[in-house]
Write a protein that binds this ligand. Sequence first.
Ligand SMILES: Cc1cc2nc3c(=O)[nH]c(=O)nc-3n(C[C@H](O)[C@H](O)[C@H](O)COP(=O)(O)O)c2cc1C
Length: 135
Amino acid sequence: MSTTEPLLHELLYCSVLAQNQMPTVVGQIVAQARRHNTERGITGLLVFDGIHFCQHIEGPREAVLALLERLRQDPRHTGLRVVYEGSRTERRYRRFDLGFAQSDADDDMAGIQALEGSAALERFLALKPGFDIHG
Ligand SMILES: Cc1cc2nc3c(=O)[nH]c(=O)nc-3n(C[C@H](O)[C@H](O)[C@H](O)COP(=O)(O)O)c2cc1C
């Protein structure tokens, strides 16, 4: 990916797996998301703890906002709340169309969901080195 890209948009949101969904649906979500994201210049990281999702996405602004609209309409999760949104000049995730990590800590993702703005993003980024990321 080029380093002279136009301004990037990034967002971090949290949501909860819908009650009628098996946790195994997450594998399908990730496979589908990777195909889409590669085509649209989106990179990011999805973390799932068995109940909560937190997903950090970055890419061209229009592509990120279009993805957010699709995410809001996806019945596989509920309670989507954007906890951080901002602009960046450089990607944080160069390696991933969508990295995926399972969090075993009961409260980490719920804790991010309870935060707001930069505090939420900083907490997520601080946890990142501890994730076993598949990408
Ligand atoms: C937790 C979660 C994360 C998702 N992440 C992505 C993603 O990174 N990229 C993506 O294209 N779709 C993602 N999806 C799926 C979208 O909500 C949507 O189903 C998908 O983009 C396909 O839309 P379309 O086939 O209607 O274009 C995610 C869904 C869930 C529930």
